[in-house]
Write a protein that binds this ligand. Structure first.
Ligand SMILES: [Zn+2]
Length: 354
């Protein structure tokens, strides 16, 4: 996909301090790192899998559907074995996103996808946490980890996973809970027990869930009412329900929108079909995110540029989007103020040029 954006606007969007709230760390595994880890760990890739980086990139450009993507995604996961692999995976994403102007990220990971392959949750979390520490000290990026439950697995497996992650929640190493994987057959009400368990045991944990990517707006309403989430991942189908849009605006519930992912997985044909203007008009807060950037053709800046190329937003609109992303983050007031000031500084630098 190519995005025509003026040079000044491009530089402005590049420098604009960004927060990302919807990125699956397993979805940041680049073909380069995938082949490197498969060699390092002696993992043989399936016969049908592309043989080199170039073929892999080409294949990723042509997913037939969600299942086709997931088939490749799970092969990718299979090369992650040791703590070091998880650290390398997450740190490579932090470095890439830093180059895109990322200042803060709240990143997902899927422990069930590793535990079922015999990788202990400790290996996963310790490796990711090491990368988070380095992101703070070496790159000046603040981070939070959000554990996601796979909704195609039964909720009792989710309960087991939450129990096994207890020490990490207690220490603040894992901050939030999310819900991902195929949406339509697995509505939010299946996971009431899981969200209740987290709320009871870890009242300060942040709660979110994928909802309204493909499924109808009731998935969003039920996530809010039954799971008590304070944020919705994707949520683009809320555009079909004006009462819900008003509620999201009133309650300041942030949607984590993923433009390029929506195109790749055929939620929309083109980014221009997304309800970006409608959200701005209704005052619904949203952030712009990359979802599974190694598979969907772009990291966070590409997603910003895709939106700009289709909607030609004003500098003020972009400041609103960036600040809503800060305010919707699970960070303290001091960090929020710091990021707001930095957004104002960048806007003032570019305001006469864009
Ligand atoms: Zn997602």
């Amino acid at each position: 996909m190519s995005f025509v954006v003026s040079e000044h606007k491009r530089n402005f969007l590049h420098e604009l301090p960004k927060c990302e709230h919807h990125v699956h760390l397993e979805g940041t595994l680049s073909p380069e790192l995938l082949f490197q880890l498969s060699e390092r760990n002696g993992i043989e890739l399936p016969e049908s899998f592309p043989k080199n980086v170039e073929l892999c990139n080409e294949r990723y450009n042509n997913f037939a559907d969600l299942q086709d993507f997931l088939d490749h995604y799970y092969v990718g996961m299979s090369v992650l074995i040791n703590e070091q692999d998880f650290e390398d995976l997450a740190f490579a994403y932090f470095v890439k996103a830093k180059n895109d102007g990322l200042h803060h990220t709240e990143a997902f990971f899927d422990p069930q996808g590793h535990v079922e392959r015999g990788i202990p949750i400790e290996t996963v979390v310790n490796g990711l946490n090491k990368a988070c520490q380095r992101a703070q000290s070496e790159l000046n990026i603040s981070t939070k980890l959000i554990m996601c439950l796979l909704r195609h697995l039964p909720s009792h497996d989710g309960i087991k996973t939450i129990e096994s992650a207890k020490p990490f929640y207690d220490q603040g190493i894992i901050h939030g809970l999310g819900l991902d994987s195929s949406e339509k057959p697995f509505p939010p009400e299946l996971f009431i027990d899981c969200y209740k368990l987290i709320k009871d045991n870890h009242p300060h944990a942040g709660l979110t869930a994928h909802a309204g990517e493909e499924a109808d707006p009731s998935f969003i309403t039920n996530s809010l009412d039954l799971l008590n989430v304070t944020r919705i991942d994707h949520g683009v189908q809320s555009q079909r329900d004006e009462e819900l849009l008003k509620r999201l605006a009133k309650e300041k519930t942030m949607l984590t929108v993923c433009p390029l992912s929506n195109v790749k997985l055929q939620v929309v044909k083109d980014v221009k079909e997304l309800p970006i203007k409608k959200f701005l008009e209704f005052g619904v807060p949203f952030s712009i995110n990359s979802d599974d950037p190694a598979y969907f053709g772009g990291y966070i800046l590409d997603n910003y540029l895709a939106v700009e190329s289709r909607f030609q937003l004003t500098g003020e609109d972009w400041v609103t989007i960036a600040k809503n992303g800060v305010d919707g983050s699970w960070i303290d007031e001091e960090r929020k103020r710091e990021l707001h000031d930095e957004i104002d500084r960048v806007f003032n630098k570019y305001r006469d040029l864009i």
